[in-house]
Design a protein around this ligand. Structure first.
Ligand SMILES: Cc1ncc(COP(=O)(O)O)c(C=O)c1O
Length: 491
């Protein structure tokens, strides 16, 4: 019989990946149906293994396939493409490519062009700002949002407040960082009659990976709300079917879905909701006509044109269509099934890791299984006393093994504040008037020094090109800290 104090066997030895893969394949038989992605990994994403890189930051940014860049390059090499908005051949060629990309976005998300329009923006934040600055907030209106929104959704509260609308947050709860559905229903029931009510939530939290019920969209509509569904973290590995759910505003960043190009996002918007928006200014490209003689004379162009300021990224947009075609050819469902099998294995591996005395080596923030969650996992690595190792040091040490993980707050303060039990008074310390604004690092130090809490998190996230070796490499890295006291962590 093994003595309880004996050293646990190494679960994830550096040379054990092949055996672990065999066990994994037996435990997740459906994974075999995604073997075409392993082939792509070896061809299209070959640079990862050639450079010894374990990429685990897909929620930060996706990776492009070599063929995406090749196809885009070929298109540029053989095209004479000029600024759209004119009728010369080079302009018409660009316009055709831009409109083809727009149609491809609608088709990818199964959105009826009679119901939805696509506004190209620089990124998801640009799409969110368009909603914030144009939503017709007035006194008596409501902006309701969940705690686990990204800061670019939180920022809309500034527009709402400035216009006299009320702002209300729905908290997530421990330990899963989910919302109480009854509380959501109750709050949706408090929309103001005849007013503008905007409800914003992420289809997937970029912190915890939590996926909220998309049924809330219909529920909110029935109670008089417009719905902003942030799909920036959801769309890369989940099917968003806009014939099945009908959110009003859907912000996206394409680089998160397929890595390239980085300067383009979109607001996919229901035409009916678009009609409610009031642009605070006009620009080149957004009007049918303006006059300088009659101050105030301008006509906003209908549809997406009224919201695309100046010249769109007409050379970059064809690469969006190429990226969408690339993902479609692989299959969104195959990508989803694959990353969820890998996430399931990873969550289990994390929870199995123990120090010799039995103390857990990992604390997960958010769901510890794959029920209603995506492939983004937030966590701490813990020392034998249950104290988290310094996350910046962990990121650095992972980097030395070629592993890219992310640390920080991920622009998602709400999930972080609940996960780390940071109270309003803890946070207030970081908002006292100072000559210089407090940075996240300073805030971390202030809160750690005054409360012992650590408002800094580690995150791994999987995506299109992830394979078993990636998650195994991370498990090996995490296990290397077994029985490691704070003083034993390598400098
Ligand atoms: C859920 C979510 N929303 C919005 C954004 C903002 O995206 P971007 O920085 O591309 O504008 C992000 C970025 O990480 C995100 O994860």
């Amino acid at each position: 019989m093994t003595a309880p104090s004996s050293r646990p066997r190494v679960l994830f030895p550096a040379d054990g990946c092949a055996i672990a893969l065999t066990e994994f394949s037996a435990a997740y038989p459906a994974f075999a149906a995604t073997s075409h992605i392993d082939e792509l990994r070896a061809s299209e994403y070959e640079r990862l293994d050639r450079l010894g890189h374990v990429y685990l930051d897909y929620t930060g940014g996706g990776l492009y396939a070599e063929s995406q860049v090749r196809r885009h390059h070929a298109l540029l090499k053989d095209g004479v493409l000029g600024n759209p908005h004119s009728h010369n051949p080079s302009s018409l060629a660009s316009t055709a490519l831009v409109e083809s990309a727009r149609a491809a976005v609608l088709e990818f998300f199964n959105a009826d062009p009679a119901e939805y329009d696509v506004i190209f923006t620089a990124n998801a934040s640009g799409a969110l700002k368009l909603v914030g600055e144009s939503y017709p907030f007035e006194a008596g209106d409501r902006y309701l949002l969940t705690y686990d929104n990204h800061n670019s959704v939180n920022g809309i509260r500034e527009f709402a407040r400035a216009c006299g609308a009320s702002v209300k947050y729905l908290p997530v709860g421990e330990p899963d960082l989910r919302l109480d559905a009854a509380m959501v229903t109750e709050e949706l029931g408090r929309g103001s009659d005849g007013a503008h009510n905007l409800f914003a939530f992420p289809a997937q939290s970029n912190f915890s990976g939590v996926q909220h019920p998309l049924e809330w969209i219909d529920e909110a509509h029935a109670l008089g709300w417009d719905v902003l569904l942030d799909c920036a973290a959801f769309a890369p590995t989940n099917r968003l079917d806009l014939s099945a759910v009908h959110p009003d505003f859907v912000p996206l960043s394409f680089y998160k879905m397929f890595g390239y190009p980085t300067g383009t996002g979109a607001l996919v918007v229901r035409r009916e909701a678009l009609g409610k928006l009031r642009r605070p200014w006009f620009a080149g490209g957004t009007i049918t006509l303006a006059s300088v003689q009659g101050e105030g004379w301008h006509h906003l162009a209908p549809g997406h044109a009224g919201f695309e300021d100046g010249t769109v990224d007409y050379l970059g947009l064809p690469a969006v269509q190429i990226g969408l075609e690339h993902v479609s050819a692989i299959g969104v469902d195959a990508i989803h099934n694959r990353v969820m099998a890998l996430t399931s294995w990873l969550l289990e591996a994390m929870s199995e890791l123990r120090h010799t005395g039995g103390a857990p080596m990992v604390r997960i923030f958010g769901p510890s299984d794959t029920e209603c969650r995506g492939a983004t996992v937030a966590f701490y690595l813990l020392d034998p006393n249950g104290v988290p190792y310094d996350v910046a040091r962990m990121e650095d040490l992972a980097g030395r093994r070629g592993i890219s993980i992310r640390t920080g707050c991920f622009c998602n303060p709400g999930d972080g504040e609940i996960a780390h039990r940071i109270t309003p008074s803890d946070m207030a310390e970081c908002f006292v008037e100072k000559s210089e604004p407090v940075t996240f690092t300073e805030c971390h130090d202030i809160i750690r020094d005054s409360t012992g809490k650590m408002p800094n998190t580690m995150r791994v996230s999987l995506g299109l090109a992830s394979n078993f070796a990636d998650v195994y490499a991370f498990a090996t890295f995490a296990e290397s800290f077994r029985d490691c006291g704070p003083a034993d962590v390598p400098r």
